[in-house]
Design a protein around this ligand. Structure first.
Ligand code: ADP
Length: 424
């Protein structure tokens, strides 16, 4: 028979109408509010829509007006099935776009024939003069709702901003306060483990102290990341900028990451960067960026994979990529860190640069810098992007998608401004 969509928040009413209309041979689809109703209607194109008016969020009038504007639904009658039975409620429903009006309580015996009439072509209308009056009233109601919503959203936004500032302040204070005792512990451990300090330690104790040293080292890195992220947010990241050769930064980053790659039987292959002009940057901060990217490449690539690092010159004004370094004012160097790993879904490719954002299950957190899929706290890429943006550069990712079997890989692009002295 017919496919009928019933938009109603009350479960008892939904069950009742479903039972009555299914007994009459119709198929009944359900939606609990206006937004769901619009989605289901667009997906299923029903033959008729029964619309409750008092529903949460977008009310039945607004949902009807929206539905009437969807071309695929222009022939679908929308019938208000509502407990709004005061004078003018019927006219208001018809003015909002309804093609009919059935007042509640539902008459079990009558409902199938009422629905059949509308399926058969019956349409109700309001006289034009009356419609104008209700239309004005309806527009006024809509503007009032819009005004309230905007005020509500503005308040919620201000509150979110306040919470965000509080959170940043908390992170900054916590990281500062925790760093000092951690540094003290690190210092004592170094003294204890230094053979020249003269402490008599047996092998077991040395092993325990080394374990502690590793844990403290990890804590130190987390604290530093948290501090970096608050500095980036607050625009207080201190950069010691100067002309530098990118090949030095890349080779130091590779040297630092090589042991982790070896643990995973991976290869890090880099182009010869000696032909590129000097870039303008902070060598320690850039080292941090490339260590983060290479380390992610190692963690999100299966054993035996490859991390490739190569460069090319690009024009600052956009997409002209040059295979040979021909330098002109405003050119940039682009370094690409490409892996043969699991890849990243297009939907996540921007989100991974957000603070504390992780694609995977947090239970995979790992203190190791090499464990397969063992994530950290989700700050590495936010910091890498923050550092490069403070340089006037950019970081972004390109990947076909995430696939643990096929491993399509990811390409992280980094653009770095050239040292102006070289471009003269
Ligand atoms: P984390 O500390 O979790 O590694 P990052 O900010 O470095 O934090 O990365 C954020 C998320 O981005 C990671 O949790 C991971 O899901 C994804 N990601 C980063 N690099 C890669 C990569 N090379 N391949 C696949 N996914 C990656």
């Amino acid at each position: 028979m017919s496919k009928i969509l019933y938009v109603e928040d009350n479960l008892a009413n939904r069950l009742l109408v479903k039972r009555i209309l299914e007994a009459a041979g119709h198929t009944v689809l359900e939606a609990v509010d206006g937004l769901e109703g619009i989605r289901v209607a667009q997906e299923t194109i029903p033959d008729l829509i029964l619309m409750d008016i008092n529903i949460p969020g977008m009310d039945g009038y607004e949902a009807t007006t929206k539905l009437k504007g969807i071309p695929e639904l222009k022939n679908t009658p929308i019938i208000a099935l509502t407990a709004k039975v005061m004078a003018g409620d019927r006219e208001m429903a018809l003015t909002a776009g309804c093609d009919g009006y059935i007042p509640k309580p539902i008459d079990v015996d009558m409902l199938p024939s009422q629905v059949d009439e509308f399926l058969g072509g019956k349409r109700e209308e309001v006289p034009a003069a009356q419609e104008r009056v209700y239309l004005r009233q309806y527009s006024q109601q809509l503007v009032d709702r819009l005004e309230n919503k905007i005020a509500e959203l503005t308040r919620a936004n201000a509150e979110l901003q306040r919470m965000d500032e509080l959170k940043s302040r908390f992170i900054s204070i916590a990281a500062h306060e925790l760093r000092t005792p951690i540094t003290v512990m690190q210092g004592y451990l170094t003294i204890l483990l230094d053979p020249s300090s003269g402490f008599l330690l047996d092998d077991k104790l040395i092993e325990i102290l080394k374990g502690m040293e590793k844990g403290i080292d990890r804590l130190h890195r987390i604290m530093n990341d948290m501090l970096d992220v608050t500095k980036i947010e607050g625009g207080t990241l201190d950069l010691h900028l100067g002309p530098l050769a990118i090949k030095d930064v890349i080779s130091r980053a590779i040297q630092e990451q090589q042991p982790f790659a070896q643990q995973r039987h991976q290869q890090i292959i880099a182009d010869d960067f000696s032909g590129y002009p000097l870039v303008y940057g902070d060598s320690e901060r850039m080292l941090q960026v490339f260590c983060n990217l290479i380390n992610n490449g190692i963690k999100y690539t299966p054993d035996g994979g490859t991390i490739r690092i190569y460069g090319r010159m690009i024009r600052a004004d956009g997409d002209l990529r040059m295979t040979r370094p021909i330098v002109s004012q405003g050119d940039m160097l682009e370094v690409i860190v490409e892996d043969t790993g699991i890849g990243i879904d297009p939907d996540d490719q921007e989100r991974i640069f957000l603070r504390f954002y992780e694609v995977k299950d947090p239970s995979l957190h790992s203190t190791s810098q090499s464990r397969y899929l063992g994530g950290g706290i989700g700050l590495g890429l936010a910091i890498a992007r923050g550092i490069m943006e403070a340089h006037g550069g950019q970081v972004w990712v390109e990947s076909e998608g995430c696939d643990h079997e096929r491993c399509p890989g990811s390409k992280f692009h980094v653009t770095i401004p050239l040292a102006t002295s070289v471009t003269d």
